[in-house]
Design a protein around this ligand. Structure first.
Ligand code: ADP
Length: 502
């Protein structure tokens, strides 16, 4: 008999995946399926929640079939998901009443401005740890109730349910038996009080959302029901939003440990332990997970343009054919070159928060060419992470001892080494770069006793540790130049430009 394994369902923004892990936390198999992105208007992004579910269920079935799994082979299932994306469905028919409104969707920006203007910013930050923004679920739920015919009445009669994608997948998997979420997902709705871990009536009133629509908030590792498979029950035992799941998958269990994911954008999360840390630099306070009724908090900062800058090298500048070619090209650069790229293509996020900044290349000389610009582009990812981490260290008073990394772009050895140099801190890259799925698997595994929490640190296999190789004075010189470049890219647009661009 095969030894038991764990399945992680990873419901992402562009694809659904099912990942099979063994007891060594190695990936046995992955099945992935993309689904449709809908852009009904500029700034609007939707998914068909039924298609999300179909793709998620299909990859699960394919994984099971490919590996000839029986219920006996599966210790438990964990779920991780794109966060904030909002689904509202009818609990009798199981049909969504509108497309899911995706986290990127900006349609509720003006509603959020209204709430800001009414003076809610401080209170919302205090309760939820978040800044008021269309990104989070609350205003999206309100939009659906206000715009779909009959929705408000149905909601008030208790016929409708709301969920982030985790809740939707759980509800479908359990055939409507369980309507639940975990605190890492609930914390992103802007409806949860992150101190108490409970839904907040004042915020529900503000967004005019009936409480009966909300899922029950349960521990991230615990009982989320079961699904029936070959006539037997398989436990759904772990749930976390994608970034928090990655923090867990990177075994950042102790206060002060942090991970960064280098995807299209970058997401940096630091475990701040049992106490929430409020940021002075516009970082978010959020719930990392809840285990045995105890909440662990995190600080979160994101960089809008991470791997996307490498896509820019590839697709707009046409310097390279594949993203991975950026490494070899950067290595050809003249070491004396002082070129700095500021990829503020969509403004600058934390800690600058300058929506009027735009991208720029500085320090060009007659001999600057593709290699120098490619190198400076890769370096810009590391510099941006340095800035967010500095803010985090300042807010939390914690000095980072090691950064755990994952995501597509950190396969780039030049970037990983330069990141270690800039941070003057070790950067460790695990063998399993699928930290998100691994985190969901870990949560499910500890819930059913498949793993013990203290053995997980040993299970995380480091593929390569990058130690700082450059001296601090040299890095200080580089950072000074980066910050000078950032300053010069700021405040580039004026309000009229902004309006005409929009
Ligand atoms: P996402 O989950 O956001 O789609 P991934 O984690 O799959 O992102 O990473 C893809 C991103 O990483 C792309 O933006 C791509 O340009 C970048 N990328 C992939 N491989 C490399 C590489 N070897 N060097 C630099 N960037 C890379």
């Amino acid at each position: 008999m095969k030894s038991k394994m764990i399945i992680a369902l990873d419901q992402g923004t562009t694809s659904s995946r099912a990942v099979l892990f063994d007891h060594q936390a190695s990936i046995v198999d992955v099945v992935q399926e993309e689904f449709t992105q809908h852009f009904p208007k500029p700034g609007w992004v939707e998914h068909d929640a039924t298609e999300i579910w179909d793709s998620q269920f299909t990859v699960l079935q394919k994984l099971v079939a490919k590996n000839a799994l029986t219920p006996d082979d599966i210790a438990a299932v964990g779920i991780t998901n794109q966060r904030e994306t909002t689904v509202v469905w009818n609990k009798h028919t199981g049909e969504p009443i509108h497309h899911a409104i995706v986290w990127q969707d900006r349609r509720t920006a003006s509603r959020c401005d209204e709430i800001k203007a009414a003076g809610w910013a401080e209170k919302i930050q205090q309760k939820t740890g978040l800044v008021i923004d269309a990104y989070f679920s609350a205003s999206k739920v309100q939009w659906i109730l206000d715009h779909v015919e009959g929705a408000r009445e149905a909601a008030e009669q208790g016929d409708l349910l709301f969920g982030t994608v985790d809740s939707w997948v759980i509800w479908k998997l359990t055939e409507g038996r369980v309507h639940a979420t975990d605190p890492s997902n609930a914390a992103r709705t802007m409806l949860l009080n992150i101190d108490t871990g409970a839904w907040d009536q004042e915020l529900l009133d503000l967004f005019n959302i009936p409480r009966s629509m909300l899922p029950e908030v349960r521990d991230s590792a615990g009982d989320f029901g079961y699904f029936e498979f070959q006539g037997e029950k398989v436990a759904i035992a772990g749930v976390a939003g994608d970034q928090q799941a990655a923090l867990f998958g990177q075994t950042c269990f102790a206060k002060g440990m942090a991970k960064n994911t280098y995807g299209t954008g970058c997401f940096l999360l630091m475990n701040t332990g049992r106490e929430r840390v409020d940021s002075e630099s516009g970082l978010l306070s959020t719930i990392a997970w809840s285990l045995n009724g105890e909440i662990t908090y995190a600080l979160e900062g994101s960089v809008f343009i991470g791997g996307a800058a490498v896509q820019w090298l590839r697709d707009e500048l046409e310097f390279i054919e594949n993203a991975s070619d950026s490494e070899a090209l950067a290595k050809q650069a003249n070491p004396e070159s002082n070129v700095v790229v500021v990829p503020a293509f969509a403004g600058l996020g934390a800690p600058y928060w300058d929506m009027y900044a735009r991208g720029a290349i500085f320090g060009l000389t007659r001999d600057s060419g593709k290699p120098e610009i490619a190198k400076a582009t890769l370096q810009s990812l590391a510099y941006q992470i340095f800035d967010v981490l500095e803010a985090m260290q300042k807010d939390s008073g914690i000095k980072l001892s090691q950064l755990n990394v994952d995501g597509g772009a950190i396969a780039n050895n030049f970037l990983a080494q330069f990141q270690a140099d800039v941070l003057q801190t070790e950067v460790t890259r695990p063998k399993v770069l699928e930290s998100t799925a691994l985190g969901a698997a870990f949560l499910a595994g500890i819930a059913v006793g498949y793993w013990q929490m203290d053995e997980l640190g040993k299970v995380r296999d480091v593929e390569r540790a990058f130690k700082p190789q450059r001296e601090k004075p040299e890095i200080d010189r580089l950072l000074k130049r980066w910050h000078k470049a950032v300053e010069r890219s700021r405040d580039w647009l004026d309000i009229n430009d902004e309006l005409s661009e929009a």
